[in-house]
Write a protein that binds this ligand. Sequence first.
Ligand code: NAG
Length: 190
Amino acid sequence: MGLLKNMLVVATMLALSVDRSAGQISIPSRSVGFVYDQLPEVPNVEIAAYLDATCGDSAAVYPTLLQIAEFYHNDRVQFRMHLHNLPYHANSHPIAKAAHVLEDFAPNNNTAFKWISLIFNNIYSINSQATADMTSRQVLDRLGTMANQLTGIEDSDFKTKMRYSRFEWLARMDFKYGCTRGVHRCGYKC
Ligand SMILES: *[C@@H]1O[C@H](CO)[C@@H](O)[C@H](O)[C@H]1NC(C)=O
């Protein structure tokens, strides 16, 4: 079972939890994180991964996580992605916020997952080192271009929605949720 072996590798690299039921905290009115191909029924198992959008280790395991999600979908295994934005990865929080903006713009199409794939595929142009000499506005410009490329969202629409407190709140909530689960990193090298 190559995939199961990969899964063990994933488990050692990530703060990854396998829950019998969806994790909950009392404050949010809905469960946090992004669900890949939402199952119509209650899942047998939920795999929850805490990823940082500009972390190389998260980028390395992400394709395997998506493979697992695809492969075990019919066995009612649900994959939930939490974007756990580490404070020393400056662009991860706006990228997570953009995931909520784009999921809202193009719902029910795994948009947040495609967004994170796009980010990971371009990680060396959007991580902290690559943008060290850029302003936050220039970083937002770069994200807007990528968001448009993925979904067709107009740059002005994207930037307006990036200021919505709802998306800010959702991005923060997912991070805080991870903290309540004891998550303090996304991979051993971060
Ligand atoms: C869903 O995403 C695919 C690309 O992954 C795209 O071709 C398709 O148009 C999208 N569907 C909708 C309804 O947005």
